[in-house]
Structure formats: structure tokens, C-alpha cells
Write a protein that binds this ligand. Structure first.
Ligand code: ATP
Length: 318
């Protein structure tokens, strides 16, 4: 294998650039060539490539977002689109591909692998909802970004004796919400994985009130309901007057934390090396602090579960 390519796909996450740099520099180290594919699978279909030599990935280690840009590609969902992408890669003598993205991107990667293209996946998404790895690239940064915002709210919440609902990202998964809740010392966390009873929550708030807590924080994953809807329900059911903050896209941006930079560097290097030794159809994971390879299918066929220990902590330590 002389030349491989790397792309970023799906939602961007902090640390993707560190992973791109690691893939490119591992190529240089092993005297191989690295090509960057712009705009995910869209660029793969269009043959939108840039050379990634040593200098091209200089100064990007701590930069948020992705220098290769990312896109969602309808065309790649079709047989014709994928055929064109494979033809373009062959014309450019690209012999292997690293796909940095979430489980959707890995679906696409698996189809390339099935068609004979060597592919390795690197999990990059702030949601951390990919089985086969303890953490995805960007998760730690998103938690820390949200934490900073929540701690500011906490200051004002305690000064005014208020109930705050903070809506965080997480359409289908509560990893972000749970981690933020433990890290911020929030009183309650509401996640898509667990059933929610507003009556029950009001009951708990009453107990909180009796404990004479100066403020109460509820961390709500957006997939359960919107923060404003929860405020209305708490008002209707228990007469509570909550303030709502929606963190939204600020959770995606910013420089990656050292944890994410190190994780992305390890994963990117391991992905390139895995291709060089003939692996394909697999994703890189960080399990118990070690780099491992698992089948790409695992990313979507297995449901990753929330830590019962962390859920217990929110309950016990509030
Ligand atoms: P995130 O979790 O951050 O949203 P993701 O990788 O899951 O990231 P998706 O939008 O689901 O993001 O997928 C990214 C792209 O991967 C899609 O736009 C599409 O081009 C490709 N893709 C997703 N699912 C499939 C599929 N079943 N077949 C072929 N390609 C797919």
C-alpha cells in the first residue's frame, strides 16, 4: 500500500483535525502518501482531493472543526454514487481510506469495505454513542465546554434561589447529559434511555426544596423534550417556575481538550497503521485505555449503555 486517503463525515467534532494530522504524519513516517478528501463522501464522489504532506497538517493540532470540512451525502447512499466514488479512488491510486465520523459514516464505510476498498473507521462525534469504544473524539471537549457554561449558570442560580433547566445535545443518547450532570453537581439528569415522569420529578423537587437547597439544576438531553416544554410541564404539574437555557451548537466548537487531542492522535495513527498491515472493515476503539479494533457493524448494531454508576452518583450526591 503506497497511498491512502482520509475524510471526515457527519457532524464535526473537536479533535478531528488532530486525527487527520495523525493519519497524515503516520503516512510520512512510514514513507507512504496521504490524500485528504474534502467534504466527506461528497468529495469522495467528486474526486475533491488535496495532498496531505507533513506541512499541510502543520498548526492544526488544537484547532476545532475539521480542515477537510464535513458533509452529509445523499448521493453516497445510492449504489451509483458509491460506484463513482470507488472509480475516482482507483483513478487516483488510493488504496485505502480512513473514515472519521459517527455510526452513520461507518455504515457507508462498511459498504465500501464490502465492495473491496480497504477502510478503517475512527469514531469522531461529540455524542459518544458509538459502541466499541469507551470514548469518541470530541466528547470530552463537549462535556468541558458545556460544563463551563453550566457553572456560570450555577452561580446566578444560587444567587437567586432558582430552578434551572439546561438543555444539552443528545438526540438519542444521554452520555453528554450524564457526564455534564455529574461534573456540574446537577441535582437531576433526564436522558432518552430512561423513562421520564414529570410527577416523579416534581416529587423530587419538593424533597429538594425541603432540604433548603439554594438552587436546583436539571440537565436535560434534547432528545427527551425541549427545555421550554419541560418548563411548562413543571409549571402545570407542580407550580415550579424554572429558567431554561439551551446550550445548542456552542457544544460542538472550540479547541479540543488535551484528552481529545491525545485520543485523536492515538486513533489516527492506529487507523493508518491498521490499513498498512491489511486490516479493513473495522473501527478503532479505546477500551480500558488501549487501542483496539472491532467490526464496523458493532458501531450501530450494539447499543452502548449509560454507566449505572454515574446515574447512581447523580441520585446519591445531589
Ligand atoms: P454524527 O453522529 O455526528 O451525526 P454520523 O456519521 O452518524 O455522525 P450521518 O449523517 O448519520 O452522521 O452520516 C454521515 C454520512 O454517512 C451520510 O450523509 C451518508 O453519506 C453516509 N451514510 C450514512 N448512512 C449510510 C448508509 N446506510 N449507507 C451509505 N452511506 C451512509
Amino acid at each position: 500500500m503506497k497511498r491512502i486517503a482520509v475524510l471526515t463525515s457527519g457532524g464535526d467534532s473537536p479533535g478531528m483535525n488532530a486525527a487527520i494530522r495523525a493519519v497524515a504524519r503516520t503516512c510520512v513516517y512510514n514513507e507512504k502518501e496521504c490524500i485528504g478528501v474534502m467534504r466527506g463522501y461528497e468529495g469522495l464522489i467528486d474526486g475533491d482531493y488535496i495532498p496531505l504532506d507533513r506541512a499541510a497538517v502543520g498548526g492544526i493540532l488544537h484547532r476545532g472543526g475539521t480542515i477537510l470540512k464535513t458533509a452529509r451525502s445523499e448521493r453516497f447512499m445510492t449504489e451509483q454514487g458509491r460506484r463513482t466514488a470507488i472509480d475516482r479512488m482507483a483513478e487516483a491510486h488510493i488504496e485505502g481510506l480512513v473514515v472519521i465520523g459517527g455510526d452513520g459514516s461507518f455504515h457507508g464505510a462498511k459498504l465500501l469495505h464490502d465492495a473491496g476498498v480497504p477502510v478503517i473507521g475512527v469514531p469522531g462525534t461529540i455524542d459518544n454513542d458509538v459502541a466499541g469504544t469507551d470514548e469518541t473524539i470530541g466528547f470530552d471537549t463537549a462535556v468541558n465546554t458545556a460544563l463551563e457554561a453550566v457553572m456560570r449558570l450555577r452561580d446566578t442560580a444560587s444567587s437567586h434561589d432558582r430552578l434551572f433547566i439546561v438543555e444539552v445535545m443528545g438526540r438519542n443518547a444521554g452520555f453528554l447529559a450524564l457526564e455534564i450532570a455529574v461534573a456540574s453537581g446537577a441535582e437531576y439528569v433526564v436522558v432518552p434511555e430512561l423513562p421520564l415522569s414529570i410527577g416523579n420529578l416534581c416529587q423530587k423537587l419538593r424533597v429538594s426544596h425541603e432540604k433548603k437547597k439554594s438552587h436546583t439544576l436539571i440537565i436535560l438531553a434534547e432528545g427527551v423534550m425541549r427545555g421550554n416544554d419541560m418548563r411548562d410541564k413543571l409549571q402545570d404539574t407542580g407550580g415550579y417556575d424554572a429558567r431554561v437555557t439551551v446550550l445548542g451548537y456552542i457544544q460542538r466548537g472550540g479547541s479540543p481538550t488535551s484528552f481529545d487531542v491525545v485520543l485523536a492522535s492515538r486513533m489516527g495513527a492506529y487507523a493508518a497503521e491498521s490499513l498498512f498491515v491489511g486490516k479493513s472493515g473495522m473501527m478503532i476503539g479505546n477500551m480500558n485505555h488501549r487501542m483496539v479494533l472491532t467490526d464496523l457493524e458493532r458501531a450501530w448494531s450494539e447499543q452502548k449503555s449509560l454507566s449505572p454508576e454515574l446515574l447512581g452518583l447523580v441520585e446519591k450526591l445531589n
